[in-house]
Design a protein around this ligand. Structure first.
Ligand SMILES: [Zn+2]
Length: 356
């Protein structure tokens, strides 16, 4: 069975069970599950059962239908959220000295090209830790009055820049050796973490928004059909009223005109009701926040343009062997840096004509 096709609610529950020491074994369209005693008791389920999200399969004896919306899945989600998986971990600090200035200068020029300027290392590196955040959330999508879906979302964000980390960077950080006992994070680290939380939440919310749009596209056919049906119905009623009014005496015609008016109002209400029923919504509930402290060196550099110098700092991240990505100090864009005669910016905030 392709795990991608499993009902998202069931997939979430199977992962929950796996994380708590259960065994799950896919078998065709169903899954054999063995639960540790505590988990079986938590859900009031037998310790061995076959589950499926396919109603047809669940008609077989002894197969339990566990699809999105089932109370057992909701209970697992609540337990995950209230467990609140929050923590700080540190990566092992490299024991050697900082890389040499010539090496750092070469690398900083590679990684941060500057239009109309040149970067030069201007001082000695100092040890730092740069926090990155891993945020996990449970998204619940309500696509129509009858359909809801749940899935887990995750993102990694560099707290220093608020930029999302690429999957290969995340993979390298996860594989890097951990510190035995990470030092308690200092105030600047905690500030950076707090500052990046909104960004991380925003990234997950955007992802949920896109997913919701895709899911509600599937429901929109039914929405269109129901709307068209209601419109046809009211059009018929109004045509009939109009026909009768045209051939009626004055008193009766007024009565029929009033009925046509109230029918139009009823049509407006009914169409709003239908739109409301198919109004897609989503909610995200964070359940995981990990701060990972990445050791490295802060390197002071100058961007030079002719006689002018614009000071900056860049962070060399030891486990990645690269500098952390930075934003334009003027506008926050990630575009290529650019030095004008009056300030440092990037190709977005310094038009070519001005910076030249
Ligand atoms: Zn800029």
């Amino acid at each position: 069975m392709n795990p991608g096709n499993v009902d998202p609610g069931l997939r979430f529950w199977l992962r929950y069970v796996d994380d708590r020491g259960g065994l799950t074994e896919p078998a065709g369209d169903s899954t054999l599950v063995m639960l540790p005693e505590s988990v079986a008791a938590q859900f009031d389920l037998p310790d061995e059962l076959v589950v499926t999200a396919e109603p047809d399969i669940a008609r077989d004896d002894g197969v339990v239908l566990l699809a999105t919306g089932h109370p057992v899945l909701v209970q697992a989600a609540d337990a995950t959220l209230s467990d609140g998986d929050v923590g700080v971990m540190g990566l092992a600090t490299p024991s050697g000295p900082a890389p040499g200035s010539a090496f750092l200068e070469e690398r900083v020029r590679d990684q941060f090209p500057v239009e109309h300027g040149k970067i030069e290392v201007s001082g000695l590196p100092t040890r730092i830790v740069r926090p990155v955040l891993r945020l996990g959330a449970l998204a619940t999508y309500t696509v129509s009055a009858e359909e809801t879906y749940q899935e887990r979302l995750e993102c990694w964000v560099d707290a220093g820049s608020g930029l999302r980390l690429a999957p290969d960077v995340v993979a390298r950080l996860q594989a890097a050796p951990r510190a035995d006992a990470p030092a308690a994070p200092g105030a600047p680290v905690l500030d950076a973490v707090a500052g990046a939380l909104d960004t991380a939440h925003g990234i997950l919310d955007d992802a949920a928004q896109r997913r919701r749009t895709a899911l509600s596209g599937q429901a929109s056919d039914a929405h269109r059909r129901e709307r068209a049906h209601a419109r046809d119905y009211y059009a018929d009623v109004l045509r009939s009223l109009e026909r009768r009014r045209a051939g009626a005496e004055v008193d009766r015609a007024e009565l029929l005109a009033a009925r046509a008016q109230s029918t139009k109002e009823e049509r407006t209400r009914r169409l709003l009701e239908i739109d409301e029923k198919y109004q897609a919504r989503h909610e995200i509930r964070p359940y995981r926040l990990h701060a990972m402290l990445v050791p490295g060196w802060r390197v002071p550099v100058d961007v030079q343009r002719g006689p002018r110098r614009y000071p900056l700092t860049v962070d060399w991240l030891a486990p990645l062997g690269a500098f952390a990505q930075e934003r334009c100090p003027h506008c926050g864009s990630t575009a290529t840096l650019s030095a004008s005669k009056t300030r440092l910016g990037c190709t977005v905030c310094l038009p070519a004509a001005v910076s030249a």
